[in-house]
Design a protein around this ligand. Structure first.
Ligand code: NAI
Ligand code: MG
Length: 358
């Protein structure tokens, strides 16, 4: 298959790790007989330097015509306090909005060789493998009115959702559960919120189309507790915008390093933006020591969710796990008796595992 992939390296370590993703994807292409065509475009601080704006028209147009988009990271102290309040992060928020991305997917795993790096007990994290799906376009973050009222003595934020917004994200969650362990936890606050009661209704209705998936409803406060006391009980979690924002950050501690975490933001036709969860890490940029695995795992998500290449995605994820088992680690991961390597060597190790497997 011939696929057009847009690369948005961005700033800091973004530029270094995007090369890792490209190398791994080219390896997958030659192993499986695909053709990936890559086009790089500017975003964030990099785009401010070149074009005076964090999101140039050219970048938007390229993304609108892409099969999938891979992004490194944006931001850094270099672009703080610019005239006109221009910020690199506006590039990221802008492109998510332009593309109409409504589902944010954050897989979180307790990788066996990294269990000791988690602040939680090893026996609690061991075996955890969760996919959190967060609604991105509705809820409290976008509802109007959102303002001070009564001469500043009161305030209002609005939680607004349309049924259709709930239906499309819930459908995505069922589809994702179907290709995993077929267990879906829907998180809400239905004992208090009317929006949560509609959410529950939509989940129950959709569940009729997915008899093979087991559904469980959980209140958000209980879910917050269980995520860190018994994370292995979860497979796919689906929830609205605010709850998802909080729960996905909470769950990220399971893995032990920010550098390991991938994410996807997608829309109904499958087009998506894939990026590691971490930022541009200005403190280590240019040193060649950044962990490329969150970026590489984001490329695997891209194959799975935008390009229908499930087998290829699995191969990448297995190669990453194999590297960790062989003791390879970057400076952010403390692995006992391991081989500490830089970005390039880590990437080589993944590629090596990919090619020796087949
Ligand atoms: P950060 O995620 O860039 O870094 C936090 C800490 O984790 C740093 O010590 C960094 O060295 C380390 N780290 C992050 N990724 C790593 C990797 N792959 N390998 C090894 N170590 C890694 O967050 P921070 O420092 O708060 O923000 C730095 C800049 O990034 C800011 O301008 C911020 O706005 C931006 N940012 C961008 C995001 C994005 O592009 N999606 C997300 C978060 C922050
Ligand atoms: Mg957050």
């Amino acid at each position: 298959m011939n696929k057009q992939i847009i690369l948005l390296p961005g700033d800091g370590i973004g530029k270094e790790i995007i090369e890792s993703a490209k190398y791994v994807l080219n390896t997958v292409a030659s192993e499986f007989g695909h053709r990936f065509t890559f086009h790089s475009h500017a975003i964030g601080g990099d785009a401010i330097d070149q074009y005076g704006t964090p999101l140039p028209e050219d970048t938007i147009n390229a993304c609108l015509n892409a099969d999938a988009i891979l992004l490194g990271a944006v931001g850094g102290p270099k672009w703080e306090g610019l005239p006109g309040n221009i910020r690199p992060e506006q590039g990221l928020l802008g492109i998510r909005k332009k593309l109409g991305l409504f589902a944010n997917l954050r897989p979180i795993q307790g990788f066996a060789p990294l269990l000791h790096a988690s602040p939680l007990k090893e026996e609690v994290v061991n075996g955890s493998d969760i996919l959190i799906i967060r609604e991105l376009t509705g809820g409290l973050y976008f509802g109007k009115p959102s303002e001070r009222i009564n001469e500043g003595k009161a305030v209002v934020d609005t939680l607004y959702y349309e049924r259709e917004e709930m239906e499309r994200i819930v459908e995505k969650a069922f589809e994702s559960a179907r290709i995993r362990r077929k267990h879906l936890t829907s998180v809400d606050k239905a004992n208090v919120l009317e929006s949560s009661r509609l959410w529950r209704e939509v989940v129950n209705e959709k569940s009729k189309d997915y008899p093979d998936v087991t559904v469980e409803h959980m209140l958000v406060d209980a879910a917050a507790m269980k995520l860190i006391t018994s994370p292995t009980q979860f497979d796919v979690i689906v929830t609205e915008n605010l709850f998802g924002d909080i729960l996905s950050d909470e769950a990220s501690v399971l893995t032990g390093s920010l550098g390991m975490l991938p994410s996807a933001s997608i829309r109904a036709d499958g087009v998506g933006l894939y990026e590691p969860v971490h930022g541009s890490a200005p403190d280590i940029a240019g040193k060649g020591i950044a962990n490329p695995l969150g970026m590489i795992l984001s490329a695997a998500l891209m194959l799975r969710h935008s390009l229908q290449m499930e087998e290829e995605a699995n191969e990448i994820e297995e190669a990453v796990l194999a590297c960790l088992e062989q003791g390879y680690h970057t400076a952010d991961l403390s692995v006992k008796n391991g081989k500490q390597v830089g970005t390039k060597e880590m990437t080589e190790a993944v590629v090596e595992n990919l090619t020796t497997k087949s």
